[in-house]
Design a protein around this ligand. Sequence first.
Ligand SMILES: C[S@@+](CC[C@H](N)C(=O)[O-])C[C@H]1O[C@@H](n2cnc3c(N)ncnc32)[C@H](O)[C@@H]1O
Length: 356
Amino acid sequence: MNDPLSQFGTRLAYAASQLPRLAWYAGHEIVLRRLAAKARRPGESARPPVQSSAPVPAQRRIYADMLALLQKDVANIEAGIYPLPNDHDGSLLTRLYRSRLFFADLPAVHRRRERNEFREVLSEKTRRRRPDYYLQNFHFQSGGWMSDDSADRYDTQVEVLFTGTANAMRRQALPQLFELFAGRDQRSLRLVDIGCGTGRFLDAVKQVWPRLPSLGLDLSEAYIRHARRHLRRWARIDLLVANAEAIPAPNNSVDAVTSIFMVHELPPQVRRVVVKECARVLKPGGRLILLDSLQRGDEPAYDGLLERFPQNYHEPYYRSYVDEDFPAIARQHGLTHRRNVKTFVSKVMVFDKFAS
Ligand SMILES: C[S@@+](CC[C@H](N)C(=O)[O-])C[C@H]1O[C@@H](n2cnc3c(N)ncnc32)[C@H](O)[C@@H]1O
């Protein structure tokens, strides 16, 4: 793996798969900005910006950090932690279909953003079936988490937000699993991914450990349906509609629990219940990995961006998330904070359960 020729080959193959992807989503971002500018009628301004003196990173800094993420991704491949990734984005037709869904939803997103409307998914029917905090149009998107169109649109939305780097960020949780699983028979281990959404992280996990018994759970029937379709190439994987506040697994039965881009969407009291639940199902010696947004102070140059984010994308619990003390919550439930690894605008938080 380390001889210069194979290193060159890896980098070439990586560039060939990732650069067109970045360009695809960067192109969406450019069109999105133009449409947003056009959508504002003459004289009409966007909602007043958040008043904040916190710094916002220059575009150059954002590009440099994005590049650092991609370099880390390549370094992990070269170190043998994971293979050259396959993003499984689907055929051109599939991608065009998802782009159409994404662009078609923008006028409705714009209207909700301007009017600050986010409760369309709350009805007498849904109220009985899901917790109240969940029944919101997160990101101002149509259907909230509750429709098939929302599930089919989600990955385009997230990749556009991160200019095509969302999967690369998700992969930064894999070295923490690699360390935990080293030298062990994957068939004897258990992994649970809570709030698995459309299953993109589980796809990355399976590319490294295809025989690892894995469970993905999510409160959305539509997202689980999408994940089942997306992950059908893999064996030893279960996908269930379930609440992360009550993980369907016995005490001390799981080696690793992962959560990607979910905890910032939970109210503070629910975050505590979820961490407690993760601690319950983990075996002694097991590991909890939370991958989510940077928090305030992690990268001071980004603090202003963290303050503005929840205004543009309906993220009702984000402001409490950026100041949340996760090591303290974890400690209360017998989990030790091992480390944080920053990765572009997100970070990986690693907690271990004492092996007593
Ligand atoms: C921002 S998405 C992240 C999805 C995915 N992990 C990813 O990598 O993109 C948040 C997901 O968490 C799910 N979710 C939110 N609250 C949940 C809960 N209490 N239990 C299970 N899933 C939940 C939502 O349905 C949604 O799919």
